[in-house]
Design a protein around this ligand. Structure first.
Ligand SMILES: C[S@@+](CC[C@H](N)C(=O)[O-])C[C@H]1O[C@@H](n2cnc3c(N)ncnc32)[C@H](O)[C@@H]1O
Length: 230
């Protein structure tokens, strides 16, 4: 069985709680990333693990293909939304700090989307994940990369303003306005100002060390990593 490791870095998880509802709104509206994962599923479809599952968008997609999905996140609010909006008998949502994984099960697929840059000890988490991957299992990760470790807040403000008109045509004025309000909200901007991204070169070096022979896919500001445990 999986145990919640709730001695979690509370302050950090509370930061995610603060914008969980609006984050879910934005992620649901823009949901463009699940395709990358669905295109790269493992051959065996027994169990999947999603690290930093947020409001459960990807976990819910994976449950269409896998017998069992374990989805972990340290934000109570994100998990509340996931359980409310995306519950399934196949999915187990667990509050857990990914830096102290307490998982005594093996997986056919381990995924993570836009979460690893938050981890304090990424190498030890990658090592732990490798140990719980089944033979022929797959890891598929997506995370932000940037040549500037923490981009300036003004860059996000300008980006949000620039996207408003295109977002209005794509999602309608009401949705685009709500999206803009979220992207300019103090809690979201404060969060972005605390993010620290790896450069593309460092990213490839770190992931390549733990998953030798993995391949990388660049998707805008995100970098994908795919590795099979052959
Ligand atoms: C940017 S959101 C991405 C959520 C989801 N994967 C998505 O793409 O919609 C990052 C998520 O990682 C979670 N997270 C950050 N650090 C974590 C940690 N140490 N352990 C578990 N979850 C963490 C946050 O609570 C948040 O839900």
């Amino acid at each position: 069985m999986l145990k919640s490791n709730w001695k979690i870095r509370r302050n950090k998880s509370v930061m995610f709680d603060a914008f969980a509802t609006e984050y879910d709104f934005a992620a649901t509206l823009q949901n463009q990333k699940s395709d990358f994962f669905i295109k790269n599923l493992s051959s065996s479809k027994g169990t999947a693990l999603d690290i930093g599952c947020g409001s459960g968008i990807l976990a819910f997609e994976l449950a269409k293909y896998y017998d069992r999905v374990v989805a972990v996140d340290f934000s109570a609010k994100m998990l509340d939304i996931a359980r409310q909006k995306r519950s399934s008998p196949k999915i187990e949502y667990i509050q857990m700090d990914a830096s102290h994984l307490a998982v005594d099960r093996q997986f056919d697929l381990i995924v993570s989307d836009s979460t690893f840059h938050h981890l304090k000890h990424l190498p030890s988490t990658l090592q732990s994940l490798k140990k719980i991957l089944n033979p022929h299992g797959k890891v598929v990760f997506l995370d932000n990369v940037s040549e500037v470790e923490t981009p300036a807040t003004i860059k996000y403000v300008v980006g949000a303003a620039r996207d408003f008109m295109p977002d209005s045509s794509k999602y309608g004025f009401r949705n685009a306005s709500r999206l803009l309000k979220f992207r300019l909200s103090p809690s979201w901007l404060k969060h972005l100002a605390s993010d620290r991204y790896l450069s593309e070169g460092r990213f490839k070096k770190i992931y390549g060390r733990y998953f030798p022979g993995c391949y990388f896919v660049r998707l805008g500001s995100l970098m994908g990593v795919i590795w099979e445990n052959l």
